[in-house]
Design a protein around this ligand. Sequence first.
Ligand code: ZN
Length: 190
Amino acid sequence: MLQKEQPLADGILAPLDAQERRWSGLRAGRAGKLGIGLFAARDYSQGETVLVFRGPVLSLKETLALGRRFSYYPVQIGPGQYVDVTAEGEPATFLNHGCGRNSNCGIRGLTELWALREIKAGEQLLFDYALTSEGDPEQMICRCGSKDCRRVVGNFSDMDTKTKRYFLRLGAVSEFVVVILKKAGKLRKY
Ligand SMILES: [Zn+2]
């Protein structure tokens, strides 16, 4: 998420030994041009929790000090607050970004990933990283290739109005982003 001018395909290349990793209901595996991704190892019903982001909480400065590395993927949980999900080999390390409706997962609260629709075993799990990003100075280039691709992942504010509304109505946007929008009086627009 913090990779500047880094093609998605390069940004998510994980160590090769990670390809066969499995967790309960989840597995990491080859994801074509996206390198390695996280897949459903069983069916998930709409609304079901897929995983919870876990790891040390870091400041923006701390995440930047760690520098770029493969699969470096801190999840923002507040202004200047990030969970480093890569620190302990969490499955979320392998979770790829998908722009807008190309994704099948959303955020509940700050750290819960849930199925926006029914997801079948074998499907790749994707969520729009911008659902957990606001006020983040770094940008990541996206080449997901979907018709909704924004080219730059960016912050939630960078999404078009229609996509913002889609995710807000689903309740799929990180709580801290909603609080920021509320405080700024911007939530009424949606
Ligand atoms: Zn994209």
